[in-house]
Design a protein. Structure first.
Length: 376
């Protein structure tokens, strides 16, 4: 697959596969035939109303355009919005030059990464933009991007990410790739995962609900609702929720990043996650989901949290640290009001509306995987 990248956006870049937009970008018919991805940009910030307007325009495209757009098995829409910013892009260019001694070039970088993968590894990619995210995360360091991508592909297989994603979906049992050797074992494994995740979700300590103002799914983490203290079970639940938030964002707005809200209602030192669990969580987020997190909001952390933070912040890489915002007092309220519709968020995220209590059975068993809880 040829990947044509022009990443100079201000919070908006559009991966498109229609002939009309390829012509706008100045690409040739040969490039279209090869299944290239075009990124075009606007100087404005994309809103959900603009997204809906574009959907209406796409309905008027030719049948050939729609067939071409749907030919990519990983994309349900004709484009995805690139959430990178001009500042982030310029910083990557500088780091690549100063620290790695290379020229930052996303097009050639992605091509090199793809060429380094075996046929089997390519089939394991979660989506077509996975190599790009790793290239960006490593600031143009091709060697590290390839190494970490391959490690992530191995981890996804060993950890059974596809089984975790689909353990509540009986219609995809035959299509899911697993490490089990027969259908009976696969079905037993999936039922076990569903039971485990159900138990982890009973208190609503981590789940997906609503979106920020640009359509990124909100993943709520509430340590005060911890109910199991089992590290492996917590990690399985974390991966399920991350994958679900990503799918919700993709369906809702076409973006690729999510936001995380960490609230401290009912928090006690007795319910605080262990250092091992915290490090494991950070490892998964930083190593296996690069460029997936737009921002983390830590809301009204109690005084006792400072001691905990003084320990764990050493395990947080610099890029992640820049995305963490502590929200308390008037300034915190303004930040939350700026980024969220507070009439739809939980109280711990500045919510002022009368929202429903979380129902884990509804969320897991009757709500589609790419919908958040209580989404209309």
């Amino acid at each position: 697959m040829t990947v044509l990248l022009r990443s100079r956006s201000l919070m908006r870049g559009v991966f498109q596969t229609t002939k009309k937009n390829a012509l706008i970008a100045g690409t040739t018919g040969a490039a279209i035939a090869s299944g290239c991805i075009i990124i075009t940009h606007s100087t404005s910030v994309a809103t959900l109303s603009e997204w809906d307007d574009y959907d209406a325009d796409c309905d008027n495209d030719s049948n050939d355009d729609r067939e071409l757009a749907s030919s990519n098995k990983h994309q349900q829409r004709s484009f995805v919005i690139d959430d990178t910013t001009e500042l982030e892009h310029q910083r990557r260019i500088e780091i690549a030059k100063i620290q790695h001694g290379v020229i930052y070039n996303e097009r050639s970088g992605v091509q090199t990464i793809l060429e380094s993968l075996t046929h089997t590894e390519r089939l394991l990619l979660s989506d077509d933009h996975m190599p790009l995210r790793h290239y960006r995360a490593e600031k143009g360091n091709i060697t590290e991007a390839i190494r970490k991508l391959k490690c992530t592909l191995q981890w996804r297989t060993a950890f059974g990410v596809e089984d975790i994603k689909h353990c509540f979906d009986t219609t995809t049992a035959a299509a899911v790739t697993t490490t089990t050797t027969n259908n009976d074992e696969r079905e037993y494994h999936r039922k076990h995962l569903a039971k485990l995740i159900s138990r982890e979700n009973e208190t609503g300590k981590i789940y997906v609900r609503g979106y920020d103002k640009l359509g990124r799914a909100i993943l709520y983490l509430t340590p005060g609702r911890e109910n199991t203290f089992d590290e492996n079970s917590n990690m399985i639940n974390l991966v399920y929720q991350l994958e679900r938030a990503i799918e919700c964002t993709k369906r809702k707005s076409g973006r690729s990043k999510i936001v995380i809200v960490i609230g401290y209602q009912g928090f006690k030192l007795s319910t605080a996650p262990s250092i091992s669990t915290t490090r494991h969580t950070l490892t998964i987020l930083q190593n296996h989901y690069p460029e997936r997190m737009h921002r983390v909001y830590i809301c009204d952390p109690p005084f006792m949290f400072r001691s905990f933070w003084n320990i764990i912040h050493h395990f947080v890489d610099a890029t992640t640290l820049e995305k963490i915002g502590f929200c308390s007092g008037e300034e915190g309220r303004k930040l939350l009001e700026r980024d969220f519709d507070v009439h739809t968020t939980e109280v711990q995220a500045g919510g002022v509306g009368n929202i429903r209590n979380f129902d884990y059975e509804e969320y897991l068993f009757t709500t589609p995987f790419d919908y958040t809880f209580d989404e209309k």
